[in-house]
Design a protein around this ligand. Structure first.
Ligand SMILES: [Zn+2]
Length: 247
């Protein structure tokens, strides 16, 4: 497959869009599993970054449904910390169920709706800017001001602003009451946007509801922990945390 293709000859599917089928992904060194065209574009961006003095590294790329389900359910059940925009751990007792759901959705997608399911989106940092024992937090202050990745972030902003970032942009770059600002999250727009119509409400609902639901690969999953509270506000949550970023 040519490095210039935008996935037109790559067979996309609903199961891929929901993180249930990784068979269309390619494994690339330093990137991991990725959509072939998005991975090739990221390799070009990494080469350019190196020439500019940065070692653009992938902290998190592809993530399947099961992984996202585990993260989400553990947060909802307080088995994993849920943090504020300032990086402080939030207390479950300060929220009702709907508020807790929203606090989680600031930083963690509902399984099936993560852009990381597509192999087109990557959380990046500059491994040259810090020591080997640096503990990456993926917090805003690392990417601004005196933060170690502020220079990489500014370099990326320049390229994105003039649409010269190999097709990458930041879907989470403005203040909203949806997903928090994530300067580390890059999305390869030409391939990512092909997945938007494949994320269907009906498939999501049946995945979340039915632990028995069998995916294409024959796996079954535990149900989504938040489904009762989601039931009431499905449309609003999908609009605010998922579809408003489909541009
Ligand atoms: Zn991300």
């Amino acid at each position: 497959m040519s490095g210039n293709s935008l996935g037109m000859e790559t067979m996309l599917s609903n199961d891929w869009a929901l993180g249930l089928d990784a068979s269309g992904l390619e494994n690339k060194p330093g990137i991991g599993l990725s959509h072939p065209a998005a991975g090739a574009a990221l390799q070009r961006l990494m080469t350019r970054a190196r020439r500019s003095g940065f070692e653009l590294a992938v902290a998190s790329g592809y993530r399947g449904y099961l992984r996202q389900l585990t993260i989400f359910n553990e947060k909802f059940r307080c088995q994993r910390p849920v943090c504020s925009d300032q990086g402080h751990e939030l207390s479950r007792s300060a929220f009702d169920e709907a508020g807790w759901l929203r606090a989680i959705l600031r930083y963690s997608a509902l399984p099936g709706t993560s852009r990381h399911h597509w192999g087109t989106d990557f959380d990046v940092w500059d491994s040259r800017a810090v020591g080997e024992d640096y503990k990456l937090l993926l917090q805003g202050d690392e990417y601004a001001g005196d933060g170690p990745f502020a220079a990489l972030s500014a370099w990326l902003s320049q390229l994105i602003d003039r649409d010269d970032a190999e097709g990458f942009y930041r879907p989470y770059d403005t203040v909203t009451d949806g997903v928090a600002i994530e300067p580390w999250h890059l999305s390869h727009r030409p391939t990512a946007q092909l997945f938007y119509p494949l994320v269907t409400d009906a498939q999501l609902r049946s995945l979340w509801l039915a632990g028995e639901q069998t995916a294409a690969g024959g796996c079954s999953f535990e149900p989504l922990a938040a489904q009762a509270v989601l039931e009431d506000q499905f449309e609003e949550v999908m609009a605010r945390f998922v579809r408003s970023y489909y541009e």
